[in-house]
Design a protein around this ligand. Structure first.
Ligand SMILES: [Zn+2]
Length: 248
C-alpha cells in the first residue's frame, strides 16, 4: 500500500496538466448519499418518475416535496471533505487544471477548485423556469411548494433531469481536456455511466496515465488505469499529499 501511495505521489508530482474525474464516492465522506447503487437515492425513488423532467413539469410541487427538499437539506449542510480539499491543493500547486464531475453537490467549488465541469449540472443552485435567474439552493424559501422566483416562475434544480440532455458545451470541453491531459485521477467512480465512462478511455488513448482512487476495483482497473489506490478518497488524498511534501 505504501509503495503505491509513493508511486501515485511521484506520478502526480511530475504531471503538468492533470485532470480529475470524480463521482459519488468522493462525496460519501461529506454525508451525501449516492444516487445509484446500494443505499442510493434511486433505490427509494424511481428515477424515471421522480428524476424525470416530465414529472417535474407536470407536478413540480410533488417532486420538490419528495425528492428535492430532502436533497436541499443534505446539501445545505454538506462540507467538502479531505478528498475535495486535496484536489483544491493540487490546483493551487499548479498540477490539477480541471475537474470533471458527475456529482451535483457543488462541493468541489466550495473546496476552492475554480474549473469544474459538471456533466449533470448541480443542486447547489436553483434556476427560475421563466426568467432563468439563479438562486443558491441554501437561500431558497421552501415554505411554499413549489418554491418560486421573485418573478413568480417556478424554481428547478440547475441539474440535468432524466429526459434532458447533457449540455453539449460541457461534453465537448471534457473531451478536449481529456485528450490533452497527461494524467487523469479517477476518484470515487466506477465510470460505467456515459459520457463519464468515455473520458478515461480518451485520456489513455492520447497518452495520459490513469490513476484510480476507489474503495474497490472497477471495470477500469487493470485495463484503462495504470493502477488502483484502494481506499476512501479523503484518506488516500491525505496520504498522497503527505508523500508529495517529501518530494518538494
Ligand atoms: Zn424568475
Amino acid at each position: 500500500m505504501q509503495d503505491i501511495i509513493k508511486q501515485a505521489a511521484k506520478d502526480i508530482f511530475s504531471a503538468k496538466k492533470a485532470v480529475a474525474l470524480t463521482g459519488a464516492g468522493i462525496s460519501v465522506e461529506s454525508g451525501i448519499p449516492p444516487f445509484r447503487g446500494k443505499g442510493g437515492i434511486w433505490e427509494k425513488f424511481d428515477p424515471m418518475t421522480f428524476g424525470h423532467i416530465d414529472t417535474f413539469e407536470k407536478n413540480p410541487a410533488q417532486v420538490w416535496k419528495i425528492l428535492i427538499k430532502d436533497l436541499k437539506e443534505i446539501i445545505d449542510q454538506a462540507k467538502p471533505n479531505d478528498g475535495h480539499k486535496g484536489l483544491a491543493v493540487l490546483e493551487k500547486m499548479g498540477i490539477l487544471k480541471t475537474i470533471i464531475t458527475q456529482n451535483v453537490d457543488g462541493l468541489h467549488q466550495m473546496a476552492g477548485n475554480t474549473d469544474v465541469i459538471e456533466f449533470h449540472g448541480n443542486c447547489a443552485w436553483q434556476r427560475c423556469m421563466d426568467c432563468g435567474r439563479k438562486i443558491k439552493t441554501a437561500e431558497v424559501d421552501i415554505s411554499v411548494m413549489p418554491p418560486r422566483c421573485q418573478c413568480s416562475g417556478i424554481l428547478r434544480p440547475d441539474w440535468v433531469f432524466f429526459g434532458e440532455s447533457i449540455p453539449m458545451a460541457s461534453l465537448h470541453r471534457s473531451q478536449q481536456i481529456a485528450s490533452a491531459c497527461d494524467l487523469m485521477l479517477v476518484i470515487g467512480t466506477s465510470a460505467i455511466v456515459q459520457p463519464a465512462a468515455y473520458m478515461p478511455v480518451i485520456a489513455k488513448e492520447n497518452g495520459a496515465k490513469i490513476i484510480e482512487i476507489n474503495p474497490e476495483a472497477t471495470p477500469l482497473t487493470g485495463k484503462i488505469s495504470a493502477y488502483l489506490v484502494k481506499g476512501k478518497a479523503g484518506q488516500v488524498m491525505n496520504e498522497i499529499l503527505k508523500e508529495m511534501e517529501q518530494l518538494i
